[in-house]
Design a protein around this ligand. Structure first.
Ligand code: AMP
Ligand code: MG
Length: 405
């Protein structure tokens, strides 16, 4: 039987990044960029002022010439028409282009307009406060942030709101991205009824279907729920066939050794190639994994054990990391860390156990649960604590490996 590490390695061998698709910029957030992005503009597109104030000639100011005729006003979006001659200034707003002749901007707060001296002049005069002044001040040069043709984002980068802004700034209204995987979820079992149906004798509600779909969505993938498959070859065949249209099929139930555990043989008939069946793991030993290959695409196929806790643990250990690879993301794996046990814990088991646990005040506290069917106790779980094979009394404070949800 494969170890968890061996099984995961085999899963990841087959979990290839999905081929890129083109999406509108508005739909690109949260996806991984599949192309390098070059700027089609200089940014800023012109030497620009970063304050509201007066564009001046440094030579004037440095020579002590602090009273200047204001020859023009340039608002953001306008282009200056006049070239500054000695003793002249242009009133300028944040973001506006610097006029010819100017090489510094003095912020408004450090200036004062003088009363008109003579009625013959239509020009107003501004006085610059003496004090700190540096040629080039308050100007950002054309192309200082990015140059036309420069690669500003590289393929493989997660598109966050910041990247959306850069894509917009460079005019990329369509972008090539790694799409969200489509994941079909199929619960199987004759005993299952949908959550909106009162269970009759011998029946239970389907909790795995909605739970797995929610896990898929939490992984930023698209879940499509195929409902409940009966333990009947023809019915399973039809539903699994539909599931093979997705990038990933997550089936639960019917992969153990019971009389009606038909999933592996249905997979086989439909041409899904088994990669492994059974992992040395508790809970989750009956896990089945295979790949269906079509002409130009493939489907990763999981048969998760039907017990809800087993389904959850197998999803977190084996499905989640694969979904990350399909999306080109490296931030999807469960976080592995080491924590001290909150209290003494007696572990018994012939397999490595991933025990639902709670992190409290930094320590790890294994939950006492009634086995793989006990989803209710897991409501408090925030992590899985890993205990190696064998019966052993672990002491409070002992360090154990922990996988945080
Ligand atoms: P199986 O893997 O089909 O042998 O199922 C193992 C156990 O999990 C049985 O007790 C099933 O009733 C239970 N089970 C299977 N599928 C589900 C499901 N979708 N929701 C809740 N319990 C399930
Ligand atoms: Mg079953």
């Amino acid at each position: 039987m494969l170890s968890v590490e061996e099984a995961l390695a085999k899963v990841l061998e087959h979990a290839r990044r999905l081929p890129p698709t083109s999406v509108a910029l508005a739909d690109a957030a949260g996806l991984v960029l599949a192309e390098d992005i070059a700027s089609d503009v200089d940014s800023p597109p012109h030497d620009k002022s970063i304050v509201d104030g007066y564009a001046v000639r440094s030579a004037d100011v440095l020579a002590g010439q602090l009273e200047l005729d204001v020859i023009e006003e340039v608002l953001a979006g306008q282009v200056p028409q006049c070239t500054l001659e000695p003793r002249q200034a242009t009133r300028i707003m944040t973001g506006a282009p610097i006029p010819q002749g100017a090489d510094a901007v003095v912020m408004l707060e450090r200036t004062a307009l003088l009363p008109a001296e003579s009625s013959s002049s239509s020009l107003v005069t501004v006085r610059i406060e003496s004090g700190i002044f540096r040629p080039g001040q308050n100007i950002v040069r054309r192309g200082a942030c990015m140059r036309q043709g420069e690669i500003v984002l590289t393929a493989g980068r997660m598109i966050r709101p910041i990247e959306i802004g850069v894509l917009a700034e460079t005019g990329h209204i369509q972008v090539s991205v790694v799409p969200r995987p489509l994941v079909a979820v199929l619960a199987t079992g004759n005993e299952l009824v949908p959550a909106d149906t009162p269970p009759a004798a011998g029946q239970i509600r389907n909790s795995n279907g909605p739970m797995l779909a929610a896990l898929v969505e939490r992984c930023d993938c698209i879940a499509t729920n195929l409902g409940i498959g009966r333990d009947d070859e023809a019915h399973l065949h039809e539903l699994v066939k539909r599931g093979l249209e997705a990038d990933v099929l997550v089936l639960s139930g019917g992969v153990s050794a019971g009389v009606l555990d038909l999933a592996p043989q249905v997979f086989n008939v439909l041409g899904v190639q088994q990669v492994f069946h059974k992992v040395s793991l508790k809970p989750g030993k009956p896990l089945w994994f295979g790949v269906w290959r079509g002409a130009d695409r493939q489907t990763l196929v999981y048969g998760l054990p039907g017990n809800p806790v087993s389904s959850l643990v197998c999803f977190e250990l084996f499905v989640r990391p694969a979904l990350g690879r399909l999306m080109g993301r490296d931030d999807m794996d469960l976080r592995r860390e080491t924590r001290a046990l909150a209290s003494d814990f007696q572990h018994r088991g012939d397999r490595p156990t991933y025990h639902p646990s709670r992190i409290a005040s930094g320590a790890i506290e294994p939950l006492s649960w009634q086995g793989s069917g006990d989803l209710r106790t897991l409501v408090d779980a925030t992590a899985l604590a890993h205990f190696p094979t064998g019966d052993r009394a672990h002491r409070a404070g002992e360090l154990v490996e922990v996988f945080e949800f």
